[in-house]
Design a binder for this molecule. Structure first.
Ligand code: PLP
Length: 370
C-alpha cells in the first residue's frame, strides 16, 4: 500500500458536503427544476442595486481588486460605528473561520464550542493540529455557555459561539453571552459567528458590534451569503479590537475579496429597503411554514434565521430522497446526530407552498405516516 503522504492532522478529514448542488442534481436525477432549500440561501436573490454595481465592476475585471477591500471596510465602518482598520474581509465567512483558527490555534491547543453546529470549526481545528472540544447544546438546542466555561483548561485557546446557531437556529440570552465573554480567562479568545445575525429581531438584543465596541475579547464573523443574497459571490468579514484583528489581516491572502464581490457587498449595504423587504418576507413565510409543519405533525419552533430546524418524527433521509426526486432539496440532520430532524431554508412563498404540498403527499403515504 502506498504510504499516506497527507499531513497526519488531516488524514481523517472529508471534503465539505454542501446541500445538494444544483449541477449534481441535474446529473443525478435529470430533474427539470431544482428548488434549493438545503443551504440557507436567499430565495429573492441579491438587491437590484447590488446586481447593477456588480455588472459595472465586471468591466474592470482586468484590474486586481483593492488589496484589503477598503471601500467595503469603510462602508461597514460607517454602518457599525467601528473603525475600518478593525475589519478583515475574506472570501466568505468560511475563509474567515479558517483565518481565525490558523491565526490563533497552536498544535495541541483546544477549541471549545457546542454541537450540533457549523462543521467548519471542527475541520479547521484539526487542520492546524488543534483539539476540538465539543459540548452538547442544552435541551432546547442552545449553546451551553456554562458548560463551555467549565470545559476551559490550560490548553484552551479559542471558544466559538455560533449565534444564531446553525443548524438549530437558536440564540442565547445576550446578557448571559456578555457575562460569558467577561468571565473568559485572559489567554482565551472568543469567536462569535453571526452568519445569521441580521435575522435576529429581538428588540435591543446585543450583537458583536456592541461587544467589540465595549472592548471585549471577541472576534465577530459575518457574511453576505445569507441576508444579502450574495452566497455565490463569496464575501465574509470579521471585526475585532486592534490586537485581535491584526493576525487575521497578516495571514489573509492578498486580494481575498474579488472586485465584483466587493462592489456587490457595498451596494447591498446601501440598499436598506431591499434588506427590510427580505426580512419581512422571511418572517412572514417562517410563520406560515411553522403552522404548516405543525399541521403535518412535526415539532418546530421559530428560529432567528432564514431556516427551520424541524423534528419530523421520521427518518428524514427517506423524506429528503422523496423530495429530491421532485426537485426539492432539504438538509437531513443525521450527520449532526439528529436523524429525525431536517434543516429547511425558508424559500419563496410559492416554493414553500409547493414543498408543503409535496410533504403532505409524502407523509400521507402509508410508509411515512407519522
Ligand atoms: C454559521 C455559519 N458560519 C459561516 C458560514 C459560511 O458562510 P459563507 O457563505 O460566507 O462562507 C455559514 C454558511 O452556511 C454558516 O452557517
Amino acid at each position: 500500500m502506498t504510504e499516506n503522504l497527507w499531513r497526519s492532522t488531516i488524514q481523517h478529514l472529508d471534503p465539505y458536503i454542501p446541500g445538494q448542488a444544483a449541477k449534481d442534481a441535474e446529473n443525478q436525477g435529470n430533474l427539470k427544476e431544482v428548488v434549493r432549500l438545503a443551504t440557507n440561501e436567499n430565495p429573492h436573490g441579491p438587491s437590484p442595486k447590488a446586481i447593477a454595481s456588480m455588472q459595472k465592476a465586471i468591466l474592470e475585471g482586468h484590474f486586481y481588486p483593492d488589496l484589503t477591500s477598503l471601500a467595503l471596510r469603510k462602508k461597514l465602518g460607517s454602518i457599525h460605528g467601528i473603525d475600518p482598520e478593525n475589519y478583515c474581509i475574506g472570501n466568505g465567512a468560511d475563509n474567515i473561520i479558517t483565518l481565525v483558527i490558523a491565526s490563533y490555534v497552536n498544535p495541541g491547543e483546544e477549541v471549545v464550542y457546542c454541537t450540533p453546529t457549523f462543521s467548519e470549526y471542527h475541520k479547521n481545528t484539526l487542520l492546524v493540529g488543534g483539539t476540538p472540544i465539543e459540548i452538547p447544546t442544552t435541551k432546547d438546542y442552545k449553546f451551553d455557555l456554562e458548560a463551555m466555561l467549565e470545559a476551559i483548561t490550560e490548553k484552551t485557546k479559542l471558544v466559538i459561539v455560533c449565534n444564531p446557531n446553525n443548524p438549530t437556529g437558536t440564540i442565547v440570552d445576550d446578557k448571559e453571552l456578555r457575562a460569558f465573554f467577561r468571565r473568559l480567562p485572559r489567554k482565551v479568545v472568543a469567536v462569535l459567528d453571526e452568519a445569521y445575525g441580521e435575522f435576529i429581531s429581538v428588540p435591543n438584543y446585543s450583537t458583536g458590534v456592541e461587544y467589540v465596541k465595549e472592548g471585549l475579547p471577541v472576534i465577530t464573523i459575518r457574511t453576505f451569503s445569507k441576508l444579502y443574497g450574495l452566497a455565490g459571490m463569496r464575501v465574509g468579514y470579521a471585526f475585532a479590537k486592534d490586537e485581535l484583528i491584526r493576525p487575521l489581516q497578516a495571514v489573509r491572502e492578498p486580494f481575498a475579496c474579488n472586485r465584483v464581490a466587493e462592489a456587490g457587498a457595498v451596494a447591498a449595504l446601501e440598499d436598506e429597503d431591499y434588506k427590510e423587504k427580505v426580512l419581512r418576507e422571511n418572517s412572514k413565510e417562517m410563520e406560515k411554514m411553522i403552522k404548516a409543519f405543525r399541521a403535518l405533525g412535526c415539532s418546530v419552533e421559530e428560529t432567528h434565521t432564514n431556516f427551520l430546524f424541524i423534528d419530523m418524527k421520521k427518518d428524514t433521509a427517506i423524506i429528503a430522497n422523496e423530495l429530491f426526486s421532485k426537485g426539492f432539496f432539504i438538509r437531513p440532520c443525521a450527520a449532526w446526530g439528529y436523524p429525525e430532524h431536517a434543516r429547511i431554508t425558508i424559500g419563496s412563498a410559492e416554493n414553500n407552498d409547493r414543498l408543503i404540498q409535496h410533504l403532505q403527499e409524502i407523509m400521507t403515504e402509508t410508509s411515512y405516516q407519522l
